[in-house]
Design a protein around this ligand. Structure first.
Ligand code: OGA
Ligand code: NI
Length: 353
């Protein structure tokens, strides 16, 4: 399959008009159409919550519990927050972004060996989301690697595997602490989610998104509206913006502070908490200026775990609202179709069947 990197290069070299092929003209779906995009000025007063990681792990109990409260509120109200003072060295963040750019710059023939596998292939490269079933393509190439409990990564470029492994380990540490805070915010002890979701053996996937510069950014789409599978996703981006989240029928552009991460709750957090901490719909738009690279690490229970509303979080006045479903089956469902909002979660509510 032709990468959009190649398509973008040929748009630039072959035509002064710089048009994109019609295959990449994005057909807006319902949530794109129904919602207004806030301009930067309007969005200025709407910012996602900020969580200070250093407070979350503070030995000062008052400081910690205040931050845990904020975290709980961020999960209830937004499903998204910006994480600062997280302790992941800036050099490692830069190195992993550089390594991913290096992978992207490898010859197409090298990347081809990782194409075509199903979602459970430990290393998978491709374009769009599910190019086998999509009518139009997204302006996005990707590399997906299973990085926990077993680490897999391409052996090239040199150092790629070592750098991404170090980064993914750090990302797991950060997520581990966030899950402790979230457990407490749910009224449970700090290792609650670790235990019920067997996080020590949990599945972690690294998704590297490449969005080349696009001559017609308003006509193309990087990633259409969707929610993420898993419990929590940690997102790192290069200097370019493009992430937007849907809130009250408005697309809100996210402007991460330098050296921060964006974290969001996934569908399995929604299922586990019986809808208390909902996953939120977001999308990635493309830009005219340069290649945007983002690295998302999704963290969940083991692939064989069956996730349903946690017994401790349901009750007579809060009956289970979702079916239990195996994490693996849920992922298979999401990957078998075009990416479309929260349509997968739509298969899980009890009352819809
Ligand atoms: C994702 C995602 C957003 C971005 O990979 O699931 O939502 O800005 N990425 O790349
Ligand atoms: Ni996402």
């Amino acid at each position: 399959m032709l990468s959009v990197k190649k398509v973008a290069e040929s748009c630039v070299s072959s035509s002064k008009l710089e048009r994109i092929p019609s295959k990449y003209m994005y057909l807006k779906n319902k949530s794109d159409e129904d919602s207004v995009i806030l301009c930067d000025e309007e969005a200025q007063n709407i910012t996602i919550p900020t969580i200070d990681f250093s407070h979350l792990i503070s030995s000062n109990p008052t400081q910690r519990s205040k931050e845990i409260q904020q975290l709980g509120r961020a999960c209830t109200d937004w499903g998204f927050f910006m994480l600062i003072n997280h302790g992941v060295p800036e050099t490692l963040r830069e190195e992993v972004l550089r390594a991913c750019k290096g992978f992207y710059d490898l010859p197409e023939e090298y990347k081809k060996q990782y194409e075509g596998g199903d979602i459970f292939a430990p290393i998978k490269c491709g374009t769009s989301f599910n190019a086998n079933v999509e009518k139009t393509f997204l302006w996005r190439d990707y590399l997906k690697c299973h990085v926990h409990p077993h680490f897999h990564a391409p052996s090239n470029p040199q150092g790629f595997s070592e750098t991404t492994e170090a980064y993914c380990k750090k990302s797991r540490e950060v997520i581990g602490e966030l899950l402790k805070g979230i457990s407490i915010s749910l009224g449970e002890e700090e290792n609650y989610i670790h235990k019920v979701m067997n996080i020590e053996s949990g599945f972690q996937m690294m998704v590297v998104n490449f969005y080349p510069r696009c001559p017609m950014p308003d006509q193309a789409m990087g990633l259409p509206p969707h929610s993420d599978h898993g419990l929590l996703t940690l997102l790192l981006q290069n200097e370019l913006e493009g992430l937007q989240l849907l809130r009250n029928d408005m697309w809100i552009p996210i402007h991460p502070l330098p050296n921060s991460f964006i974290v969001n709750t996934g569908d399995h957090m929604e299922i586990l908490t019986n809808g208390k901490y909902k996953s939120n719909i977001h999308r990635a738009i493309v830009n005219k200026n340069a290649t945007r690279i983002t690295i998302g690490t999704a963290h969940g229970p083991p692939l064989d775990a069956v996730v349903g509303p946690a017994t401790e979080l349901i009750g007579e006045d809060n009956p289970p609202a979702y079916h239990a479903i195996k994490y693996k089956d849920y992922m298979r469902l999401q990957q078998s179709k075009e990416l479309d909002g929260k349509s997968c979660l739509g298969h899980v509510p009890l009352n819809s069947n």
